[in-house]
Design a protein around this ligand. Sequence first.
Ligand SMILES: NC(=O)c1ccc[n+]([C@@H]2O[C@H](COP(=O)([O-])OP(=O)(O)OC[C@H]3O[C@@H](n4cnc5c(N)ncnc54)[C@H](OP(=O)(O)O)[C@@H]3O)[C@@H](O)[C@H]2O)c1
Length: 234
Amino acid sequence: MERILVIGGARALGAAVARRAAKDGYEVVIGARDLAAAEALATEIGATAVRIDLQDETTMAAAAARLVDGIDHIVTTGSAPHDVRAVELDRDKLVAAFTAKVIGPMLVAKHFAPALRPSGSIVLFSGVVGWRPGPGSLVKGVTNGAVEYLARHLAADLAPVRVNAVSPGVVDSGAWDRLGDDKAGLLSKSAAGTLVGRYGESGDVVEAVMWLLRAGFISGETVHLEGGARHMTS
Ligand SMILES: NC(=O)c1ccc[n+]([C@@H]2O[C@H](COP(=O)([O-])OP(=O)(O)OC[C@H]3O[C@@H](n4cnc5c(N)ncnc54)[C@H](OP(=O)(O)O)[C@@H]3O)[C@@H](O)[C@H]2O)c1
């Protein structure tokens, strides 16, 4: 049975990946900074839980020590958005944003590489904003763009372990529920900004992640899951 660690696995897209992986017969380890939430989902789906905070390297070292007997795949969904204009940048939030998407996953690689089996893989999370610049999306755009480069350089570093990224467009993952009544407007606007005329569902992302785990001839790539949004001219 292959073992998969899903970081950010207690919520939204991470939880959707964890649920599907458990259903598909993987041994699932849910990594989250909220251990109680990770344990609750783990109990529900027959997984185990471990505390991992992408902003705290000691938690990665401790988790890696627990899984030292071997791991096949790592999926990391962490993000710490700082959606402001350049003149409003807060240095600590800027660093946190890069840590969640770029520095944290690099340190995950540092600590888990010895346990990763050669046939295994890592899936990182980027996002369409990396390719669609706009006011207020500076940090999200650059961190997402950096993830594409992280996938290709980490793939070379960890080979033969494969490293890829997925880059979703707007997905109704649960994360947007915080917008309340404004969520519907965001979803319909994003649907209009795709070639396929709809927003993303969690299943779109889960399918691609599960495929990448098995796609043994793909490494260093970013798979765009955004209905062609990058190709829209307006
Ligand atoms: N949903 C979309 O429309 C969309 C679009 C483009 C890209 N994406 C990307 O897809 C990924 C997943 O997004 P999502 O929709 O599932 O919602 P999200 O709210 O962005 O999910 C972020 C996940 O990362 C975890 N996380 C944040 N900081 C962490 C830390 N320091 N240590 C460990 N885990 C941490 C969160 O856990 P907590 O519960 O602890 O906060 C949560 O599980 C993100 O990278 C996001 O940028 C999503």
